[in-house]
Design a protein around this ligand. Structure first.
Ligand code: FES
Length: 82
């Protein structure tokens, strides 16, 4: 089984634990979850209007949506969930 999980954030959540700050992964790509390992930086040049998918080695694959006429469709910022 597999699934696609959408992550829009490209930086970690930073929380305070006692007197320390801890970075929690919000991009979904960290290999040390729940902690941020800095991998989110590879998302910073994702092209506008595209949907990126990453494989197990964090290699980016662009996914382009097309309409019924084959024209590129912008990815909506809020994706409707059913
Ligand atoms: S937020 Fe995911 S690796 Fe930093």
């Amino acid at each position: 089984m597999a699934r696609i999980v959408r992550h829009d954030k490209n930086r970690p959540y930073v929380i305070e634990v006692g007197d320390q700050k801890v970075a929690i992964c919000a991009c979904g790509l960290s290999k040390k979850k729940p902690y941020c390992d800095g991998t989110h930086r590879i998302t910073w040049d994702e092209p506008e209007g595209t949907l990126s998918a990453y494989d197990e080695q964090n290699i980016r694959r662009l996914v382009r949506l097309v309409d019924e006429n084959g024209a590129l469709v912008d990815i909506p910022s809020s994706y409707p969930l059913e």
